[in-house]
Design a protein around this ligand. Structure first.
Ligand code: SF4
Length: 425
């Protein structure tokens, strides 16, 4: 074997097939890409057992990526519907799919996803441990947890969310600093309960090297989870959140020593005025590792519209350093998203990601807008549809209200200023 992980390959100067994929999709040089992978600023989550994967980069200087969460639960268990959602998400250009299934034959569903989905796939093994063993949380053993991690890695999952930084020190911090919404991360709450009931340290923290062994073997990217992410804007940037982030920064360095690629997961609910600070603190404490964020949701009062509250936060966050946005749908806080919710959430996040890419000067981002503006200025409807982030929706809207003069639209009709002032009019 010439190399173990993408990071190991980059350090050794080996240009992998996945790096080649990235060069085709991004305006980044081979040298810059390899240097940033070698120093942990870019990751290419690419499990050796995910055979049909197209390499996708997450991190500094590359386009902001978007993840779609899917998965069955006890209340809604239809693996075929979830697979259809995953395929639709890929059609609408999601960069990643996270399978968060917590019920039924999760292994079968996960393996089908790996076989059929060509973008990076992530999971949270802790959720699956609950589904797989059906035990009380207290009775789950360390072996149970590591067995499920190894199973996901072997199945070809590209990145694993592991809340390794939520150790007993962080748990004490949350006990001593009461919050409005306590712990809102599912993985975090399970680990908190486990540590309390068993009076033991988080196994993923205590046996972190064992976790790294698995990640190195399959080239799984560690997505270090934020079990203490704030679940309300009041809890944002508080001591427990920052305590966990400090530990994640330490764990990042240990992973890099083993050539394991790392992303850091982040908040959560954060008011707009604290977002920039959050991005700066993360990049500083975690040594420039890619930042993967959920939201941030900038106000707590908009259930049904949280794809918008998170797109507002996601835009500002990504413009200031976040690299990867986990989508939020209108169903957030309310129910498992359906197909339509998934599309709304994905589009909102893709818009946020692109708007941020323009602001942070990602190469090639703004040119897309310039082409669209040129087409708009020429009333070139075909090109406008082709360039639209959601061509289907743009076509449907226009077709639903056609003007008398086909060159303009029904908004201004005969008074269309673009037509009236066109240079060649
Ligand atoms: S009619 Fe108005 S809205 Fe429609 S293309 Fe012309 S300027 Fe734009």
């Amino acid at each position: 074997m010439l190399y173990t992980t993408q990071m190991d390959a980059a350090k050794k100067g080996i240009f992998t097939k996945q790096m080649e994929d990235v060069i085709r999709d991004e305006q980044i040089s081979k040298e810059e890409l390899m240097e940033k992978i070698a120093t942990g600023k870019i990751v290419i989550p690419a499990n050796k057992n995910h055979k049909n994967l197209r390499g996708i980069a997450v991190g500094e200087g590359t386009k902001t990526k978007v993840n779609v969460n899917l998965g069955v639960s006890e209340d809604k268990c239809d693996p075929n519907a979830e697979l259809e959602k995953a395929q639709t998400a890929v059609k609408y250009k999601a960069d990643a799919i996270m399978d968060l299934s917590t019920f039924g034959d999760t292994a079968k569903h996960r393996r089908r996803l790996v076989e059929e989905i060509p973008v990076m796939i992530g999971t949270v093994p802790m959720y699956d441990a609950v589904a797989k063993y059906g035990k009380n949380i207290k009775d789950m053993t360390e072996e149970d947890l590591f067995r499920v991690v190894e199973e996901h890695a072997k199945d070809g999952i590209d990145f694993l969310t592991i809340h390794a930084g939520f150790n007993r020190v962080a748990a004490e911090r949350v006990d001593n600093n009461p919050r409005l919404t306590h712990i809102v991360s599912r993985g975090g709450s399970i680990l908190y309960e486990w540590m309390k009931l068993n009076d033991k340290e988080n196994p993923f923290y205590e046996h972190y090297d064992r976790l790294l062994d698995i990640c190195e073997k399959y080239d799984v990217t560690l997505s270090l989870g934020d079990g203490l992410r704030p679940g309300s804007i009041k809890d944002s940037t508080d001591a427990p959140q920052i305590q966990e982030l400090i530990i994640l920064g330490e764990l990042t360095k240990r992973a890099w020593k083993r050539n394991v690629q790392v992303m850091i997961e982040g908040p959560g609910h954060v008011p707009l005025n604290e977002i920039v600070t959050n991005m700066q603190i993360q990049k500083k404490l975690c040594h420039g590792a890619p930042f993967y964020i959920l939201g941030p949701i900038v106000t707590d009062v908009a259930p049904g519209y949280d794809h918008i509250t998170s797109a507002i936060g996601g835009t500002l966050a990504a413009a200031n350093g976040a690299d990867f946005l986990c989508y939020v749908t209108p169903a957030e806080h309310l129910r498992l998203p359906d197909l339509a919710d998934m599309k709304e959430g994905l589009m909102a996040s893709r818009i946020a990601a692109h708007a941020a890419d323009i602001a942070k000067g990602v190469k090639g981002a703004i040119e897309w807008d310039h082409k669209m503006s040129e087409a708009r200025g020429n009333l070139d409807w075909k090109t406008m549809f082709d360039l639209a982030i959601d061509p289907e929706k743009a076509r449907e809207y226009r077709a639903s209200s056609m003007p008398i003069d086909g060159e303009v639209c029904t908004m201004c009709g005969d008074l269309c200023p673009i037509k009236r002032t066109k240079k060649d009019a």
